[in-house]
Write a protein that binds this ligand. Sequence first.
Ligand code: MN
Length: 587
Amino acid sequence: MDVSRRDFLALAAVLGAGVGSGSGLLAASGNPENITASDIMDFKPTGKATLLHICDMHAHLRPLYWREPSTLISAKELVGTPGFICGERFSKYYGLNTKLDRYFDTYVDFEPLARKFGKMGGIAHMKTIIDEVRRDRGRDNVLLLDSGDTWQGTAVALKTGGEAIVKAQNLLGVDVMVPHWEFTYGKERVMELIELFKGEFISQNVIDNDPMSDSFEELIFNPYTIKEVGGAKIGIIGQAFPFSATAHPRHLTEGWSFGVRTDTLQGYVDELRSDKKVDCIVVLSHDGFSVDQEVARRVKGIDFILSGHTHDPAPRPIVVNGTVIVIAGSHGKYIGRLDIDARGGKVHGYTYKLIPVASNLIKADAAAARFVEDMYAPYKKELDAKLCKTEGLLYKRDTFHSTFDALIGEAIRNETDADIVFTPGYRWGTTLLPGDDILMDNVYEMSAITYPEVYTLDLKGHTILQLLEDISDNVFNPDPMLQQGGDMSRLFNATYDITVGNGYGKRISNFKIGGKAIDPSKTYAVSTWGGNLQNHPDGANLREKKRAVYDIAGDYLRGRSKVSVPMESNVRVTDMGCGCPDLKGKC
Ligand code: MN
């Protein structure tokens, strides 16, 4: 890798290394595969403005392991397109050529590579990278943009009502953000946290929908902001998660309505271009990667979409109708760097790279590391308590099944004696390696939400089947605008076949509960959390006893010596190779 002497000296200074000693650039843990911190930071600058992009950090102050999916199934029309590629297909599509890239972007050889390269992300390591880019480009020439899902996802976030994470954003110097899970703290708390946040919180698609309100149909937040960066005037339009009202309990955003709102988005693009005379238009988005590809087809004149929500790492931008779309993975594992040459009302060039936050290779910023310790201090005893060991890999992401979700399902069923357990298909969580201790902190990483109650109720077999048809129509809808961007709800103590290419109501077959074919007319006890199933109109006998999912899982694990969860999925896909199908739906 060609790093100039000047860059080398500068990098060495920032990373606290001994100048003149290449190995000194690395953190103490060594130099696997000869990839160095300077390789990680190496970048071909363009123009004078740099946008640093983070998305879907989900409140991970500390580094973590994060395994990408080994099964990523979509509607047939979308198979093999960016957002629905995984494993070896992903490596091939993006031309990955280092083990570090494969470790960050795919599930392949995850465990040995995790042991080699260590954990990902963590704000102390992110801070080192962000500061290095600012030093290199000049503080006023760099913006740090956050596509949201930042305030929620860990115990420290939950226990401080989001405050610890807003402080972390302030420490990193986040300039602009958009929301999704942020709303799960409720409207009032969101407004308090915005007060604490030193950057700007923008959204063009959140509107007052209370007819009794004085501000009926008015915007709740500023729709856009204009920043002068590196001599360029950059207009940044915010796009909150379009399904925020329906994906979470309604009372959290009562009186607000959402939606993609491409018509008003087009209006703001035109306003920025014609009236405000910006040099470049950026949409900072939490729409999801495939929705944003559709937005780029429908809205004219957007230069860049900095996407988020669907957690895709995309090592290379994709270009749709002249709009460049980037997305920077999840959980703090990447910082996207986008250099822009924008002058005279247009973009003349750009360069882009995902910078992997490899915590063994990048030195932690000392002040940020102390900050993380301080945020954990009040809860350390509870959160760092070792509950038990895991014999196998515990992970979250895959289309239908994950071992950590299966473990949570097992814990819930142990407590409630439900026939079947539904666990939400969120894409956030954590990964533990075989032999790792499961800490209470890890349990929260899988379940830290503001509405954690586990409900148990009775549902008829036919209602359960109908539910699964509804959920699969959302996940596998060929129209990206109708996808909410999650994985399938996970079922525990049930198995089924799915034919993804069948139409609505015809995808699910061979459904079994506890090994026996489901009886449509029979009543089953169902436990559920993190969704809306407890309010199903056909539900009956909603039990009074409700405990938080993290308490149930923590109690189940505490005191066991070890747990062992099989890797085999409980779902069989009949019409395409299960795993990471190639174009046309075949492995
Ligand atoms: Mn999201």
